[in-house]
Design a protein around this ligand. Sequence first.
Ligand SMILES: Cc1cc2nc3c(=O)[nH]c(=O)nc-3n(C[C@H](O)[C@H](O)[C@H](O)COP(=O)(O)OP(=O)(O)OC[C@H]3O[C@@H](n4cnc5c(N)ncnc54)[C@H](O)[C@@H]3O)c2cc1C
Ligand code: FES
Length: 423
Amino acid sequence: MDWLVAPMTVQLLGAVLVIGALLHLATVLLRARSDAAMARRYHDQRLQQLDLELATAAVRHRSAVRAVDAGWSGTRKFRIERKVPESDSVTSFYLIPHDGKALPPFKPGQFLTFQLKLPDRAKPLVRCYSLSDSPSETGHYRISVKRLDPPPKAPDAPPGLSSNFLHREVSEGEILDVKAPAGDFFLDLEERRPVVLIGGGVGITPVFSMLKAACAAGYDQEIWFFSGARFGADQIYQDDLKALEAAHDNLRVCLCYSEPTEGDVLGETYHHHGWVGVDLFKQMLPSNNYVFYICGPPPMMAAVTQDLADWGVPKADIRMEAFGPASIKKTESKPASDVPAVTVEFAHSGKTVNWSGAETLLELAEDNDVVIDSGCRAGNCGTCVTAVRSGEVDYASPPSAEPEAGSCLPCIARPTSNLVLDA
Ligand SMILES: Cc1cc2nc3c(=O)[nH]c(=O)nc-3n(C[C@H](O)[C@H](O)[C@H](O)COP(=O)(O)OP(=O)(O)OC[C@H]3O[C@@H](n4cnc5c(N)ncnc54)[C@H](O)[C@@H]3O)c2cc1C
Ligand code: FES
């Protein structure tokens, strides 16, 4: 029987060996497949990460290039050369560069962004202020700041942080960190069109810069200048306006006081009792064929822009800037039915949340402890620009500086689809 056992054992052994080899092969193949899947997953994640980093770098690079084009990148130190009161509540600050080098030119209507170091605040407070002098004044920059008290509706609220800090705590000789002039709300002197410049309250600052620039450049088109204030004591730049009007035949100034006091004399110290508005323009302007530049409080801007459109002024000829709510949060929330059911992923912070119907993506981020730097909170300064990894947004109001493709301004943006932000 030995002759029978030996071949069977050999066959059995052979079978065991073959099965073993097959099992080993299967294990190797399975492991290789799972290794490949893991590698592919890792590779995909890494690619996504690189895409994200690339998008962010591109956004930052474009902002840096824009800033360098405008003057300098990041912040530059400026010394307060002079503080000049313009009225009870508005003070002008004359700024000269601490490094003593030349000042880059700016376009009349643009603003500066300040990073203010307030005591008791870990992070700098970012605020924008329009350049209020003409670019032809090459020795200094000037801003004119209104000191904000708590609003009448909330008398117990804290007073305006930055404006009170600048008025009360920043003295001549002190140094401030300032970003380069920016903003798309500016007078294009090359356009050579008749213009109407309209300023409400401290919103006069950018349009006053436009007026001074136009006069300094010998602008030969008609210029109308309307300024709205409560009464004479609130109207800043009165002497300059008088002098400019006297020196330029093509300029007509109209000061409008809504609550004139005894010292204000109609026809002498001011020209119209009431608000600045389109009814007044219809009385005074020979036609509506002007480019209108408007800056003022939101109710005035809303009324004037709507009434100008109703009067037939083309959209392209209505140019405006809002000073924006810097720190007041709107509290009304939208009804649940109006809120799109989308998610927002803050990729850097590793948080994904449902869109809650917050006013803006910036508010959603803040509500979820995601840090996005902000300044104007009105789509003007570009401080909050953030790369969009995927998804779509729209804007509650059109941004005055359209962000680059692949990025958004969370301070005024809302998602319209699932969104991944680099924040
Ligand atoms: C492009 C641009 C240009 C600008 N140019 C000028 C300019 O030339 N001149 C100028 O004066 N301003 C300008 N501004 C506005 C300026 O940037 C600031 O928004 C303004 O000075 C107010 O800032 P703040 O820190 O003093 O006030 P914030 O601290 O932001 O407070 C604003 C107001 O809210 C009130 N408040 C605070 N907390 C509450 C609360 N919980 N409830 C209710 N109310 C509250 C404050 O009392 C204050 O009245 C500009 C803004 C932009 C975007
Ligand atoms: S904070 Fe200024 S653009 Fe968003």
